[in-house]
Design a protein around this ligand. Structure first.
Ligand SMILES: [Zn+2]
Length: 471
């Protein structure tokens, strides 16, 4: 039985073979010759479909026929396009499809020019100019990547089709520049005892590593409960271990410790002439903040700030007498004229403060020569006269410069801080009607307090400061 089955299977096979052979060689149909269903073409290159021919008949007797071609290829754009070939003969129709892929196989251009000595460890090199472009993608400069391997730097760029160009250069890997470490705010910070120290911050920039602010280490502590000088150290290292270190000094100073009747050998008398004025209230706020007591030699002609006379007195300052009119021509023409003006300002001060002040400062000081224009020897007479009737006049020992041509607060600060001395009667001439003077006061106070000085108001008991009388 098995043998019979095999024979039947053999016969069937033979029949199929003969049938296949017949179909292949003798049946009539449409043939596409030379046809490929997949093609590739380079972008921007004119595309021509491969030549084919179409015929109808058998393999041995085939008659050429026409065909239609539908579809097109955009050679300027990457992608896959389909072309459709249709051939008709009698009532037989055959359609074939061809896929045409527009590809970019060209590598991009990579240009690297410059100097390769001392390349940063991370490859950053400011002395090299890199450009890259691609026929299809255009500018690829932003896509250039690099890596450091051994003593080589490898630049690499790929286009959107994955074509890659590499360039390798021998380099000396080196960072010999220290990072820059810049402190925000001042390098010396003054703090009143009991206040809070808030780190003003810093910025660290390295030539190779860029912003490395986060790598900065801060050491040193500030105890704002204790007066003293504290140091904070800021250190930063770049990846090549170049180190930069900077210091900030924090001076914690005590509040002003002036007590009436007790004189220190380090005393500063801040005196303000010609006010009160537009900046006096701000000045009083600053003084109050540091518990600093000062002396105001006031004038009487500006009634807009009369209430500040009271405030000056209430806050522990000395309200002293300068002049009601501050008019040289008027007050220096006679003793009587001067006395009339003096009593007028004394009256006004009494009216607002309840205090009868006997502390005075002559307009222009006792050494002024301008008064000669109005009466000779008037200063000689006045300085005697006022003392006889119980007044006390004060000149100054330190010029802040604000009555001259100094309008820069920093210059005023420098003038004053460089002049104050231990064991001297430091009477500073300033003017509270000038904004730049008021701007300078806080720093002067900070300097004084952190250097052990006490700020005191002038009183009848204060050491007298008299200049030479010149008229
Ligand atoms: Zn004056």
């Amino acid at each position: 039985m098995a043998k019979k089955g095999l024979i039947i299977l053999f016969i069937i096979s033979i029949v199929f073979l003969i049938f296949g052979f017949y179909v292949n060689f003798f049946s009539r149909r449409i043939y596409f010759n030379n046809f490929t269903s997949d093609e590739q073409t380079e972008v921007f290159k004119k595309y021509k479909p491969k030549k084919i021919s179409v015929c109808y008949g058998t393999k041995y007797n085939c008659k050429k026929i026409n065909y239609k071609l539908k579809g097109s290829v955009n050679e300027k754009k990457l992608g896959t396009y389909t072309l459709t070939y249709i051939a008709n003969y009698k009532d037989v129709s055959v359609t074939k499809r061809k896929k045409v892929k527009v590809v970019d196989t060209k590598k991009p251009n990579l240009n690297v020019e410059g100097i390769f000595t001392n390349v940063c460890p991370n490859g950053k090199n400011d002395y090299v100019k890199i450009t890259a472009d691609d026929l299809y993608d255009g500018d690829l400069t932003d896509k250039v990547k690099y890596k450091i391997k051994d003593n080589k730097i490898i630049y690499k760029v790929s286009d959107s089709s994955g074509n890659t160009t590499k360039k390798t250069f021998e380099v000396n890997i080196m960072d010999n520049e220290k990072p820059q470490l810049i402190l925000n705010d001042e390098n010396i910070i003054y703090l009143s005892v009991g206040s809070k120290f808030i780190e003003p911050g810093y910025v660290a920039i390295d030539n190779c590593d860029g912003n490395i602010t986060e790598e900065v280490k801060v050491s040193g502590e500030v105890d704002t409960t204790k007066p003293g000088t504290y140091e904070i150290t800021y250190t930063v290292k770049d990846e090549f271990a170049n180190e930069t270190s900077v210091k900030r000094t924090v001076k914690v100073f005590p509040k002003n410790s002036y007590k009436p009747g007790i004189l220190s050998n380090k005393t500063i008398y801040l005196t303000f002439d010609d006010g009160p004025g537009a900046h006096t209230a701000r000045l009083l706020d600053i003084l109050k903040n540091y518990n600093v007591k000062a002396t105001f030699f006031v004038t009487g002609y500006n009634n807009n700030y009369n209430d500040l006379l009271k405030r000056e007195n209430d806050e522990g300052h000395t309200v002293a007498l300068h002049s009601y009119t501050h008019n040289y021509g008027l007050i220096y023409q006679s003793i009587d004229a001067y006395m009339e003006d003096l009593l007028r300002i004394q009256d006004k001060v009494r009216q607002y403060t309840g205090v009868t002040s006997t502390i005075i400062r002559f307009p222009g000081g006792s050494s002024n020569t301008i008064s000669r224009k109005y009466r000779t020897r008037i200063m000689t007479d006045l300085t005697k006269k006022v003392e006889e009737i119980g007044f006390r006049y004060f000149d100054w020992t330190i010029l802040s410069g604000d009555a001259g041509n100094t309008t820069d607060p920093n210059k005023i600060i420098q003038n004053v801080t460089s002049a104050v001395k231990e064991n001297e009667t430091n009477v500073v001439l300033m003017h509270d009607i000038k904004s730049y003077t008021v701007d300078s006061v806080e720093k002067i106070i900070q300097y004084g307090l952190s250097n052990g000085y006490t700020f005191a108001p002038l009183t009848m008991e204060s050491p007298v400061v008299h200049q030479h009388v010149n008229n």
